[in-house]
Design a protein around this ligand. Structure first.
Ligand code: COA
Length: 176
C-alpha cells in the first residue's frame, strides 16, 4: 500500500478536512497531515495550536499522523516516504488553484502523484476563512467544525491580541 500526505493550513481544521482524510484513510496505508507553518494568509491559530486541534480531531483514525512542516510540500513527501499528495476539491475556484498547484508539485518532483477527492456535499460551501468570519460575527458554526475546535475558536476570537502570542493576525481578534 502507498503512503500519502495531506498538506494544508488547517486554520482551523474543519469537518470538510476530516471528511477528506477519513475517506483517504481507506485508500492509503498511512496519511501524514502536514500543517503548513507559514501560509500566505491571515492566520488565527499558531502552528502549534493548529497541529494540536487537528491531532485531536483525527485521533480516531489509526493510520493518520499530524505534524507541522515548513518549506515545500514535495520535501515533506520525501521526508515521510510518501508518493501521493491528497487534496480536497470544492466546486468552482478550487479547481484552477488545485490544478496549478498540482502541476507545480509534479514539476518539482515528477514521482509525486496528486490525488484529489471531491468534497462532501454538505461541506462544499465552507472554508476556514468563512467559518472564522461567521464565528466572529456570532453565528453558529458547530455543523462545520470538529467538536474540539468549537471552544478553541470561541476562546481565540474573544482573546485580546496580547494573548495570541503575537504570531497570529489581529484581523480575527476582537478587542476587549
Ligand atoms: N472542506 C472545506 N474546506 C476546505 C476543504 C474541504 N474539504 N479543503 C480545503 N478547504 C478550504 C480550507 O479551509 C482553506 O480555507 P481558507 O483559504 O479560508 O483558509 C482553503 O480551502 C485552502 O485549503 P488548505 O487545504 O488549507 O490549503 P491552502 O490553500 O492553505 O494551501 C498548502 C496550503 C500547504 C497546500 C500550500 O500553501 C503549500 O503547498 N505550501 C507549501 C509550499 C509549497 O510547496 N509551495 C509550492 C506548492 S505548488
Amino acid at each position: 500500500m502507498v503512503k500519502a500526505i495531506y498538506p494544508g493550513s488547517f486554520d482551523p481544521p474543519t469537518k470538510g478536512h476530516v471528511d477528506i482524510v477519513t475517506r483517504a484513510c481507506a485508500l492509503f496505508e498511512k496519511i501524514t497531515m502536514g500543517v503548513y507553518d507559514a501560509p500566505p494568509k491571515d492566520i488565527l491559530f499558531s502552528t502549534r495550536e493548529r497541529v494540536e486541534l487537528l491531532q485531536e480531531a483525527v485521533s480516531h483514525l489509526p493510520n493518520v499522523e499530524v505534524r507541522p512542516f515548513s518549506g515545500l510540500v514535495v520535501h515533506l513527501a520525501h521526508q515521510v516516504g510518501a508518493k501521493v499528495v491528497v487534496r480536497g476539491l470544492r466546486p468552482g475556484y478550487d479547481f484552477d488553484y488545485e490544478f496549478e498547484m498540482a502541476l507545480m508539485n509534479r514539476k518539482l518532483d515528477p514521482d509525486i502523484e496528486i490525488v484529489v477527492l471531491m468534497s462532501a456535499l454538505e461541506y462544499q460551501f465552507i472554508s476556514s476563512s468563512r467559518i472564522k468570519e461567521v464565528a466572529q460575527l456570532g453565528g453558529n458554526v458547530e455543523d462545520f467544525v470538529p467538536k474540539n475546535v468549537l471552544p478553541a475558536l470561541k476562546a481565540k476570537l474573544q482573546a485580546p491580541v496580547s494573548q495570541t502570542g503575537g504570531k497570529v493576525s489581529s484581523k480575527w481578534i476582537s478587542a476587549v
